[in-house]
Design a protein around this ligand. Sequence first.
Ligand SMILES: Nc1ncnc2c1ncn2[C@@H]1O[C@H](COP(=O)(O)OP(=O)(O)O)[C@@H](O)[C@H]1O
Ligand SMILES: CC(C)(COP(=O)(O)O)[C@@H](O)C(=O)NCCC(=O)O
Length: 309
Amino acid sequence: MNLYSPYTEFNRKEWADLKKHQTTLPLTKAELEQLKGLNEEVSIQEVEDIYLPLTHFIDLYAGASRELNHLTASFLKKEAHHAPYIIGIGGSVAVGKSTTARLLQAMLARGKGNPKVDLVTTDGFLYPNAVLQEKGIMNRKGFPESYDIKSLIQFMGDVKSGKPEVMAPVYSHLAYDVIAGEENAICQPDILIIEGINVLQVKKETPLLVSDFFDFSIYIDAEEEHIRHWYIERFKLLRNTAFQNENSFFHSRFANLEEDEAVLTASQIWKDINAKNLHENILPTKGRARLILKKEADHSIQRIQLRKL
Ligand SMILES: Nc1ncnc2c1ncn2[C@@H]1O[C@H](COP(=O)(O)OP(=O)(O)O)[C@@H](O)[C@H]1O
Ligand SMILES: CC(C)(COP(=O)(O)O)[C@@H](O)C(=O)NCCC(=O)O
């Protein structure tokens, strides 16, 4: 007997067949290049097969959610306030969350009525390095205790309740730290995408969860061996690019590593930090996502699972 699964599963072709006929691609190849992260592969075919049906589906959901807000307000004899449609994107370090988030942002913004779509990453809510050092958890960056989860939940609540301007702190991968005094203003977007490894986590210390504010959620999935490989390849690329910048936190540590040393270093960081975090805190949240996108070794999405309930 097959166990009940809360997900309906599609292979790539089945999913691609769901796209509306005669839809023109909202992105050019050049724009796609700009949105791609380091060591990420996304083809125009991927946009057509995966992201076009996905954008259409989210558009439908967002429209229905706006309608529901109006119905609820009318029932309560209140004015409907501006509540953004919030999409959470989770998954491992180096799985390609930021590429998916940027692609969705660009495509949703080109949809009917040209909605205002903002994107925030949860790394801005990491404690600054000085605080992590004080707490003795500098090697736990990305683990639940390294985030100021209360500020993140306050931020989500303020955005969802339609505050005219909510400030999001900014993280720099170059400085490997939150940038003191730098913030992005989030001003009543129609859609907010929030991306980060921790967005689907259940933390007992706070009565509310980040995901309580989500209208839709996506988990980017792949076999660990692929993600590990992507992490190491990206580290090798960073050694020749970002780490060469003298302002990079990693400049003095990693810029002059030989190739084999770089592979060893990246493998060690993966094993000690990111793989541990994946097993303990990220993978267990997969089943909480509305949609799971499973990537193969070439980064292409080949399996899509959509929650039935
Ligand atoms: N040390 C680094 N220096 C510069 N950029 C980095 C560094 N580490 C990660 N990045 C970039 O930061 C972004 C987020 O990376 P990550 O948190 O691993 O999530 P994902 O790969 O799932 O988007 C990616 O675009 C990646 O290329
Ligand atoms: C900053 C991150 C924790 C990701 O943060 P996110 O935006 O997912 O909240 C991650 O990219 C990271 O730096 N991890 C620490 C180990 C490492 O340097 O790979």
